[in-house]
Every structure is written in C-alpha cells, then in structure tokens.
Design a protein around this ligand. Sequence first.
Ligand SMILES: [Zn+2]
Length: 238
Amino acid sequence: MEYDEMRAMEKTHVCAMCGAPAVTVWDNENNCHQLACGKDKTHNGFKRATSAQTALQRGKMDDLLGPGAQTDLEKRAKETSTALKTLPQEDLGSHAKLTIMDIGAMTQFAESLGLNIHLNHACLYYGELYPTIDGYYYLNNKREKPFRIGTRPMTTEEKAVHMFEEGAHAWIAEAWLDGVKLPDTGIGYVAAADLELRSKKDPEKWRYPVVHDKPQRMAEKRAEWQLLRKLVSLEVKV
Ligand SMILES: [Zn+2]
C-alpha cells in the first residue's frame, strides 16, 4: 500500500477487530510505513467506519443503542408512515423505475432469505434479484460467529500477480473467523479506462459517474461483495 493510500484510509477506515482509528506508523522491522490499529498493533484488518444508517442495514444497531434497538427500528421501518420512503426505487443496472410487481417480487425474495427490502437488503440489477452488500452483512451478523471482514488496496506486487495495469484501482477483501485468517479473498477492480468512458447518449456525461467519482470505493465494494458471496451462503427459509 502506498503512503498516500494509508493516510487516506485513516480518515475512512477503522480497525476491523476493535473499531479503533487506523493510524499510519513506521515499521522498523520492514523499513516501511504500515497502516495499523491505533490501539493494538497486533490487530489486523480494516473496515470502513459505519454510519448509523449502515449499522441499521447491517443489523448492528444493538451495538450502538443497546439491546432491542435493531428489532425496534426494523419494525418501524415497515410501518406505513415510513415504509414508502424506504422502498427501493429503481433497477440499479438499467435505472428503470420499479413497478409494484417488481417490489412484490423483491419483497418475496428478501423475506425468503430472512432479509428486509426496507433496509436495502435486496436489489434488482438488470431485472435480476440479488442480495446487496448490506444484505450479506446482515446475514453475516446473524451468524452465531460472524466472519470479520477487512479491506485494503492491493499492494503493487498483488496488482502485478493479477496483471492489473498501473492506473487500475484494485482492492482486496479478507476474512477472519475466531482470529484465524481464512484463505478466501474477494477482489475488486476498476479499470483505469472505465473512469474516462463517456456516456453513449450524452458525451458530456460520464458513462459510469459513480465509478468516475469514487473509483477506490467502487473497487473496495466489489471486493467486499465478492468475498461475502463466497462466505455467506443463502438459505431459503420459507
Ligand atoms: Zn484494533
């Protein structure tokens, strides 16, 4: 990881083990800078600091507000006064407005997996139903022993192994269970060329505006999603 990337991650990431801020330190042994847990240097793995909204979507509200908070807020999200606002609005791929039939299909899909569409747990992507990253985190956090997920940019060596070009954004997601690192990883990649692609309809606009604005975040999300898909199996409950 480059020094600049570590300094940037201090602002967005925390220790995946204890939640302490991430800090860049000098590693005497290896003669280089390292990103480390601000509390305990033996900790490993970094995760994005989560907002209250994200904590709710991932089923971690009890950690913030105490026992029962998650269940209570989930119930409220389904109440009619707020339910319409929290419904998904469009197909994430095609951006087509969702019909009432789509919403019905999404609800059934989500509920069969123990998920909730009011918490952004499912999406329609070019007409296909998928659990979202938050949906997978929610299922993970319901496991008796949740996997601990950490993310970081790939090192120059790792990029070379995967034959990713110099300007590409490449992130890796790693997992631990009971403090033991698992062999499974997720890889997220945004090609340098994708950043500059123009919209076919309107050449004034970017073809992938979200990717153009936040390529690191997009690569990180792709890595997390790939790893969560590998680790968290979907069980149909009904
Ligand atoms: Zn820590």
